[in-house]
Design a protein around this ligand. Structure first.
Ligand code: NAI
Length: 691
């Protein structure tokens, strides 16, 4: 039974009990409807309290039902809510913990609501590419006003009951308590037992705050959801709540909900959601493998990455020892962290006390002996094998037995690093992305000898510090950067064939990438790739030259930091302005090489970029570097700005069909010697999919 019915005095208590999150699957909906009917039919009952489990009123729809007949099987959530709202006896919702999505819609169908102040209230459907489908877009604006509702529904972020209670004119809660919510709801039920007519949310009018600030919020919401359909639909429905009769708004909401549910974006977003869950499991590791305890962390190197990594742990309240090789580098690193925190304080994201609390958890040192009590050490020193070897030799001497030794290397061989220690089972890669305190992705690189509990611990630590962890095998570039190299090559090939940086970036951004490849290169710094190329040219004179990129760097156009790169920038500015210098550079390259100039449609540009990712992803999958295609999708969404509403490169390839991807790649590569990945060829021949 996923609902329980009991009577105390003359009040019926209807309790939803469907662990873990009180999802409103078919059996639960039926249980609520039957319980309500029983209470209404009983002459011993005057009022009904509808509640959930401690910590969860209900987290909403049961998404594992999506796409099955059970989602639509009667009674629908809309039917249950209508029955509550039209009930002839008062219904009081008693809310504790999560009250999200369908759970909040259900509560809005009750006549009264009592909540604990810490309850989390929200309509997060946009994250799955949907709008609320059981009246949320029409009822929430009636109790919190159109503007707050627009923000909550189109942004999807939950708020605490306390925050909502403090809004002027809110009518969402009748009472807020810090203790026993059921007792408070029972009390209210007795008080209102004889009230008629019963208050219904649908009968309220929509308040709105037509101020410049509210309009700015809407504008921000619209901008933030570029390319993403559900948030814009949500805004339109909230508008409707204020301008059309309730029933009409409800019908419109239903129609939009069903369209979105059957659309591509929701399918992609649901894939992304399940992909992130799947990434937390490693098939060949015993499910209940215990993680090691991690209370104290040490970071080696206080540079760009070390500082960001340290901040990530400090933000989670974890003690960090940071080790540098010189006093100057240590001071520089600490200054950079403090300045970074200071900027957060200025932007109102951190309090001055918060800043000091974080810094107080940090122990800076020049002495490796100070990390002897650390449970996890993350090395972020220079990207040089000799440096890594000497650091890990030293770590092996000073770290306590059982400490986990991780490297943040982006390209070097974890097995070779592990081999210099007497404990290769304790070594693995923890590859963060820049800026490490902001970017969600964490590649957890499993060496040949990494023990299972070390892997499990690194994954658990990743979750604790709010990262999206994905397990990768050892190879140059792991999952993300190895694919990125192919993506960059495709961008360079387009440039050589006559497309402009602005055309390429605009196509990529229109597709939904956070930033096109050239704007991204200007942000990251063109000199980094140049240094790597120069090393390769020296090592192997046969390496093909990236003439245009090299020429750009020879002019000192390293990107935003030098005020010029693939684009021009106003002093200190970030806006990319197409550059006549680059135009000239391209023109002379094309003249010299006799490029047959042609125009590139945005579609072709996107396919060249994305199919390159897919081809390399297929190799990574085939070689077992990634455990599943969906892990690759997670890497690209969390770490590389791939539009989440397209599900990641491998999911996108599945929607296109492997044969289509393969024939596109063949066309784009012509006779340049490229061979398709064996897996892509197999799938194209069989009509199979990656995911
Ligand atoms: P960085 O040059 O900014 O910082 C390295 C720091 O390590 C310097 O402050 C240096 O003084 C210190 N250091 C060098 N040897 C040391 C030693 N033996 N003991 C203690 N400290 C030592 O370099 P960055 O960018 O922070 O990179 C660090 C590592 O992270 C590299 O392996 C890099 O490949 C990797 N990485 C870098 C990313 C990036 O975007 N910068 C992204 C992901 C990984």
């Amino acid at each position: 039974m996923s609902t329980h019915y009991s009577v105390t005095g003359r009040t019926a208590i209807l309790r939803i009990d469907n662990p873990p999150v009180n999802g409103l699957g078919h059996a639960t909906r039926k249980g609520i409807a039957q319980g309500l009917r029983r209470a209404l039919d009983s002459t011993d009952v005057d009022a009904i309290v509808l509640t959930g489990r401690e910590g969860s009123f209900s987290a909403g729809a049961d998404i594992s039902e999506f796409g099955t007949a059970r989602t639509t099987a009667a009674p629908s959530l809309g039917d249950v809510i209508a029955a509550l709202e039209d009930a002839g006896k008062p219904v009081v919702a008693a809310i504790d913990g999560t009250c999200l999505g369908g759970g909040l819609e259900l509560a809005l169908g009750a006549h009264y609501r009592v909540a604990t102040s810490s309850s989390r209230i929200g309509l997060p459907e946009v994250h799955l590419g949907l709008v609320p489908g059981a009246g949320g877009t029409q009822r929430l604006p009636r109790v919190v006003g159109a503007d707050v509702a627009a923000d909550m529904i189109s942004g999807g972020a939950p708020r605490t009951a306390r925050e909502l209670e403090d809004l002027p004119g809110q009518r969402l809660f009748d009472r807020l308590v810090d203790g026993d919510v059921i007792a408070a709801a029972m009390e209210l039920a007795v008080e209102v037992a004889a009230v008629r007519p019963l208050p219904r949310v649908r009968d309220l009018s929509v308040g709105r705050d037509d101020t410049a600030a509210a309009r700015a919020t809407h504008e921000r919401l619209r901008r933030r959801s570029r390319g993403f359909v559900a948030p814009a639909e949500a805004l339109a429905l909230v508008e409707k709540a204020g301008t059309t009769p309730f029933e009409e708004g409800l019908a419109e909401e239903r129609k939009t909900f069903l369209e979105l549910m059957n659309g591509e974006q929701s399918a992609a977003l649901r894939h992304a959601f399940f992909a992130e869950r799947a990434a937390r499991k490693v098939p060949d590791v015993r499910p209940k493998t215990p993680a090691r305890t991690v209370d104290k962390v040490a970071v080696i190197g206080a540079g760009t990455m070390g500082g960001g990594i340290a901040m990530t742990f400090l933000g989670a309240g974890i003690l960090v020892t940071i080790v540098e090789s010189s006093r100057e580098a240590l001071d520089r690193g600490l200054d950079a962290m403090r300045r970074n925190y200071q900027r957060q304080v200025e932007r109102g994201k951190l309090t001055a006390d918060g800043l000091e609390q974080r810094m107080a958890l940090l122990t800076p040192t020049l002495d490796y002996a100070d990390l002897s009590d650390s449970d996890l050490v993350i090395e972020a020193a220079f990207e040089d094998m000799d440096v890594k070897r000497s650091v890990f030799t030293r770590l092996d001497e000073v770290a306590k037995p059982g400490a986990i030794l991780a490297s943040n290397t982006s390209t070097l061989d974890i097995d070779a690093i592990a081999a210099v220690t007497g404990r290769p089972g304790d070594v693995l890669g923890m590859h963060f992305f820049s800026p490490a305190n902001v970017m969600k992705l964490l590649e957890i690189v499993r060496g040949a000898k990494t023990s299972d509990d070390v892997l499990v611990t690194a994954m658990a630590v990743g979750q604790r510090i709010g990262k999206t962890g994905v397990v990768a095998g050892v190879c140059d570039g792991f999952i993300g950067n190895r694919m990125l190299a192919r993506y960059r090559d495709a961008a360079t090939a387009l440039l050589h064939a006559g497309a402009t940086p602005a055309a390429i970036d605009s196509a990529a951004e229109h597709f939904g990438f956070a930033m096109g490849p050239f704007r991204m290169a200007d942000l990251a710094g063109n000199d980094i790739g140049w240094a790597i190329r120069k090393r390769r040219y020296a090592q192997d004179p046969g390496t093909p030259r990236e003439e245009i990129s090299d020429a750009l760097c020879e002019m000192g156009r390293f990107g935003q930091k030098t005020g010029a790169g693939w684009y021009d920038y106003a002093p200190g500015g970030r806006e990319a302005i197409p550059s006549p210098v680059v135009e000239e550079l391209l023109a002379s390259f094309h003249a010299e090489h006799g490029t047959k100039l042609r125009t590139f449609e945005a579609d072709e540009i996107v396919q060249r970029l994305v199919f390159a990712l897919v081809d390399e992803g297929a190799r990574i999958l085939d070689e077992g570097i990634a455990l599943r295609a969906s892990d690759i999708d997670v890497v690209y969404i969390a770490g590389y700005g791939f539009p989440r509403y397209r599900g990641g490169p491998m999911f996108y390839a599945d929607t296109m069909g492997a044969a289509h991807v393969l024939s596109g790649l063949r066309r784009f590569h012509g006779d340049d010697g490229w061979e398709p990945s064996p897996l892509l060829m197999r799938l194209a021949a069989e009509g199979g999919t990656f995911n």
